[in-house]
Write a protein that binds this ligand. Structure first.
Ligand SMILES: [Zn+2]
Length: 256
């Protein structure tokens, strides 16, 4: 019989394996020189989805070489699990999470900015450029493309499962435990830059006549210069923020 290891995956990682292998051990073939990372990816699980690997009950990193007969257990990123004494496979968690969003998820990127999260979404980046930018800037990749997350230089990434942007923002906030980090209306919806107060006289040349007459309080994006004021769209955005807060379970005034 070919050499094999036992692999068991937990919680959301079961989404990646065949139904018959869910929540139970499966035998996976192992060749000499294969690492833990090779084995979980051969099983269809992007390594970026895995936060903790145990081999025979001991935590190991991705480069560990298991032996035939070993028992492997894979736990998902951000699974709520007491792993205080164990080593996570990441060098360290990203403390102040910043994101780079696959161009196919532009709607999600805008909602993340609305909620005050730092989300870049380069419209012209291919997979290679996206992975390189994420590594260089220490950003977490959000994508629906499993192949992108399998790239070697990708260390932090999340496969977004929902296909509508409202469900996606709720999914991302919940899975990455971001509810305490939300600061709605603190970032530019167009580019994700921080928006700051600006004096009316500093932007008055750029205002439409009606806006100039009816509004006195303005804010401006530090990066792209876009001007914001509490215009007619504000109520709709307030409602959207409330609906997101209700959906993630942190209150809000709106009825879901
Ligand atoms: Zn901007």
């Amino acid at each position: 019989m070919a050499p094999s290891v036992e692999l068991r995956v937990y919680a959301e990682l079961n989404d990646f394996v065949p139904v018959a292998a869910r929540s139970r051990s499966q035998l996976r073939p192992i060749r000499p020189h294969q690492t833990v990372k090779d084995i979980i990816e051969a099983a269809g699980i992007p390594h970026t989805e895995v936060d903790l690997m145990l081999v025979n009950g001991e935590s190991v990193d991705f480069g560990h070489h298991p032996r035939p007969g070993d028992r492997l257990a894979a736990y998902p990123v951000f699974e709520t699990l007491d792993i205080g004494l164990l080593t996570r496979v990441r060098p360290r968690p990203l403390r102040d999470p910043r994101f780079i969003v696959d161009v196919n998820l532009g709607g999600l990127a805008r909602l993340m900015r609305l909620m005050g999260l730092d989300a870049r979404c380069p419209w012209d980046a291919d997979d290679t450029a996206l992975a390189e930018a994420a590594a260089a800037e220490g950003r977490i990749i959000l994508t629906r493309d499993r192949g992108l997350l399998k790239r070697r230089n990708v260390t932090h990434g999340v496969l977004v499962r929902s296909n509508r942007s409202f469900e996606q923002i709720v999914e991302v906030i919940r899975r990455l435990d971001l509810a305490d980090r939300l600061m709605p209306f603190s970032r530019c919806l167009r580019c994700g830059g921080v928006i700051v107060d600006v004096a009316k006289q500093d932007v008055i040349d750029r205002l439409e006549p009606l806006t100039r007459d009816y509004y006195d309080t303005f804010r401006q994006c530090r990066d792209c210069g876009r001007i914001y004021w509490a215009g007619s769209h504000q109520r709709r955005l307030n409602d959207l923020v409330d609906r997101i807060r209700v959906a993630i379970g942190t209150g809000g005034d709106a009825v879901p």
